[in-house]
Design a protein around this ligand. Structure first.
Ligand SMILES: [Zn+2]
Length: 112
């Protein structure tokens, strides 16, 4: 038998692009919210930022394209037959409960 206790959890409610200043929230423009890129890492010994330095960065998708575009490897999500198989299982509304059937819309008998 498990016993539970309440605990306080913080979630990101807004993010500001460090390059252009665009403020993004999950309620304003969901496309911008889900396409932003956030990096957060700690350098090791010999890091060009200093040994053990902590780095973080938040960019909107336009700034990712404008700053990193020439070096990004962008692959199309299309499968050889033209369908978008790689998007199966993506939750369109992460705040709403999703059944196993919704996450796996294909017929399990088809896989045999
Ligand atoms: Zn930006």
């Amino acid at each position: 038998m498990r016993e539970y206790r309440d605990r306080m959890v913080q979630e990101v409610m807004a993010c500001t692009c460090d390059r252009c200043g665009r403020r993004m929230t999950p309620n304003d423009d969901q496309w911008e919210w889900y396409e932003k890129v956030s990096l957060d890492w700690r350098g090791g010994f010999g890091s060009v930022f200093g040994d053990g330095a902590h780095m973080s960065l938040d960019l909107c998708q336009q700034c990712v394209r404008d700053t990193l575009g020439p070096w990004l490897r962008v692959d199309s999500p299309s499968a050889p037959d033209g369908s978008i198989q790689t998007l199966k299982g993506v939750v369109s509304r992460p705040d709403a409960p999703v059944s196993v059937e919704q996450m796996n819309p294909w017929d399990l008998n088809e896989r045999d």
